[in-house]
Every structure is written in structure tokens, then in C-alpha cells.
Design a protein around this ligand. Structure first.
Ligand code: EPU
Length: 339
């Protein structure tokens, strides 16, 4: 099937913040061969490629030059793994939550804590999605990708992906180098559960957890705190939780309430950015058509504004947190089309 390249295409329905940006050139690809054709087209016309999956972790601060490639490759295949495990390979365009539900139905366990995370499979390794005590890297085996410069197909294993907290090599040394086409995860064929996250343990207190119950509880907690992007456009957490030295904890106390913190394997502490923002009085605040969610201060929401308005609010929050706590908040989603 030949490529259908559109010009000045609206991306408003393709980003979960519903920001009104345009792609100078745009195409949707349904298989790896079309993706290779898109790379060839971009190379021939000297266009920079911007990959687009579910659009749930990107801020479109302005229009996007070059070629936006909407990766819409579907499919799931399996291979047996040693012990009571199965290796499941998902195409990049599969919706993350639909795949969590599909795996539960098949009796493949390990993704329940990651229920209801917006976005597509291909984006999951980039920020090493994580929630309620589990990160993608806990079940990740390998991924297939295409090298944008050469068009070569490559396979990268767990170690090569350099996973960290909301981080991977695709946000660092390999930024903009690859287009991910398939992701392979090792799932358990025996029911297992992880209810180490305090809010999840509290929700399931007195109940014998099953993977289905864990998934249900995670969905309920998320629905209470996090707005559904289809009703109130957002990208989940707008900032990463900062990681600080133990010596910095003492000043993170307001009115005798200490910032929620979690010790890391290196002895440093991850601080709840939501608490820092909350203490600066931003929760529920609006700046015209953009604002901070009333139930979760880490979530910025768009009531009908622009990327520039949203970025101005983000900068105001960063300045306030830096002034009050001397902590720099890093953005969690990737910003495109800035200036
Ligand atoms: N808190 C406040 N004010 C608020 C919200 C929360 O003080 O407005 C406090 C809570 O009392 C709690 C702490 O902050 O003690 C942490 O809150 P929460 O459990 O909601 O988690 P989070 O650290 O804000 C992270 C992830 C979420 C993930 C949850 C659950 C990041 C950047 N965010 O949020 O991921 O769902 O933990 O694991 O790590 C995302 O990445 O988009 C995302 C939603």
C-alpha cells in the first residue's frame, strides 16, 4: 500500500492534551514496510521524522516541521519461555490498556498494576512506564526498531535499553534515532500479584488479591485521581518526581507535614512532586484555558488552550517550586514544536 502524505495536518485529535498543532507533513503507517517507505520519503525530502503513537506523553508546543509518522502497526504473537512464562510480542500501535486486558483474559500475568495507562505499546519503553509498584522494565525482554538514518531493522535487549525511572536510552543517547515497531514482554502463566504500593495495599486490605482484582483496584484508584483524557485532556504526570540526597529532606517540611518520600536503591530519596506543587497552592488553579487538576497537582489539564499557554503554566510551577524548595522539576512528557 503506498504512503498517503498529508500536508498541514491537524494533530489535535492525535494528542491527549488536545493541543491545536499541525504537522507540516503527516502519514500513518500500518506495517513495517510502510514505515520503511516513510523513512525513505523523509530522507529523500530532507525532513526530520517525529514519531507519534498514542500522543499521550507529548506536549505540542507549536506546529511540527518535517514528517510526523503515526505508527499504527497492530498484532500480537507469542513464544513459549522457560518455566511458567510466555513471551508476548506486541506491535507498536496496539493500545496499552487494551493489551493489559487482553493479557488478563488470556491468563498472562504481570501487567495488572499498569492498567489504564494511556498510550500505545511502542511508547511504553521510551519512558519506561510505571505505576503502582511495577515498571515496564520488570517484564521487558526486547524490542524491534528501525534505525531512522539507515532504515536497518534492529533488535535491542533489556540491557541495551538503559532503563531508569521514567527513563531509557531512547530519551538519552538514542534520542530520535529509532522508530520502535514491536515490544516483547515476558509474562507469567501463573497468577501472581504485587501489592507493594501503599495505596494499592490499602484498597485491597482484607482481600486475597488476584490479578483481576489488582487490575480493578488500580483502575479505581486511577479514575479517582487522574482525569480521563477523553473528557479532560491531559498527559498524566507533567513532571517527574525529583530524586534528592538525604540531606535535602529536612527542608521539605511545611507546617510539620513532611513531603512524601521513597528511599531509592542508591540511598537517595524520590520526592512526591505533587506534594511540592500542592504546597505552592497550584492544585485546582486555572490560568485561563489551562490549569492544574483538582485531585492531583502533578497533572496539568487543557480546557481549550494552546501549547504555549500550557508551557507558561508549567514554567510558573517550576519557578514557584524552585523558589520555595530549591528543587528543579523536570518535565515528564516530551515537548515538540517549541519555538
Ligand atoms: N499528593 C499531594 N498532592 C496531590 C497529589 C498527591 O500531596 O495533589 C501526595 C500524595 O499524598 C502521595 C504522593 O503525593 O503521598 C504521591 O501521589 P501519587 O500516589 O498519586 O503518585 P505520584 O508520585 O504523584 C506517580 C507516577 C504516576 C503513577 C503513580 C502511581 C510519576 C511522575 N508519576 O505519581 O504516573 O500513576 O505514581 O504509581 O512518577 C504518569 O507517569 O503519567 C503517571 C500518572
Amino acid at each position: 500500500m503506498s504512503l498517503d502524505i498529508r500536508h498541514q495536518a491537524s494533530l489535535q485529535n492525535l494528542n491527549s492534551l488536545s493541543l491545536p498543532a499541525r504537522a507540516e507533513n503527516f502519514c500513518q503507517v500500518k506495517d513495517t514496510q510502510q514505515l520503511v517507505s516513510a523513512i525513505y520519503y523523509a530522507t529523500k525530502n530532507n525532513l526530520q521524522i517525529t514519531p507519534l503513537g498514542g500522543g499521550s506523553n507529548m506536549v505540542l508546543a507549536g506546529d511540527i516541521a518535517g514528517l510526523v509518522v503515526h505508527v499504527d502497526i497492530k498484532g500480537v504473537t507469542t513464544a513459549p519461555a522457560a518455566g511458567a512464562f510466555i513471551d508476548v510480542t506486541f506491535a507498536a500501535g496496539e493500545n496499552w490498556h487494551q493489551m493489559v486486558e487482553y493479557c488478563l483474559q488470556q491468563g498472562w500475568y504481570g501487567l495488572e498494576n499498569l492498567s489504564l495507562i494511556p498510550g500505545n505499546m511502542g511508547a511504553a519503553p521510551i519512558q519506561n512506564i510505571g505505576a503502582y509498584g511495577v515498571e515496564l522494565c520488570d517484564v521487558f525482554v526486547s524490542l524491534h526498531a528501525i534505525d531512522i538514518a539507515s532504515g536497518d531493522r534492529v533488535k535491542l535487549d533489556h540491557k541495551q535499553c538503559g532503563f531508569g525511572y521514567r527513563d531509557s536510552i531512547f530519551k538519552q543517547a538514542y534520542k530520535d534515532r529509532y522508530l520502535i515497531t514491536h515490544v516483547c514482554l515476558r509474562l507469567s502463566t501463573q497468577p501472581t500479584t504485587n501489592i507493594s504500593y501503599p495505596a494499592l495495599a490499602a484498597a485491597l486490605a482484607g482481600i486475597t488479591p488476584t490479578p483481576q482484582l489488582v487490575s480493578q483496584a488500580v483502575c479505581e484508584i486511577r479514575r479517582q485521581k487522574l482525569p480521563d483524557p477523553t473528557n479532560l485532556p491531559n498527559v498524566g504526570s507533567f513532571f517527574k518526581n525529583p530524586i534528592v540526597a538525604k540531606s535535602d529532606l529536612a527542608r521539605l517540611v511545611i507546617n510539620n507535614e513532611a513531603a512524601p518520600s521513597y528511599v531509592q536503591s542508591d540511598g537517595r530519596y524520590k520526592i512526591a512532586a505533587a506534594w511540592l506543587i500542592d504546597q505552592c497552592g497550584f492544585r485546582g488553579q486555572r490560568r485561563g484555558p489551562v490549569g492544574v487538576h483538582a485531585n492531583q497537582a502533578l497533572v496539568l489539564v487543557n480546557y481549550g488552550g494552546t501549547g504555549a499557554q500550557l508551557m507558561a503554566l508549567a514554567a510558573e510551577i517550576q519557578d514557584a517550586v524552585a523558589a520555595k524548595f530549591a528543587i528543579d522539576l523536570d518535565l515528564e512528557p516530551r515537548v515538540y514544536g517549541r519555538g
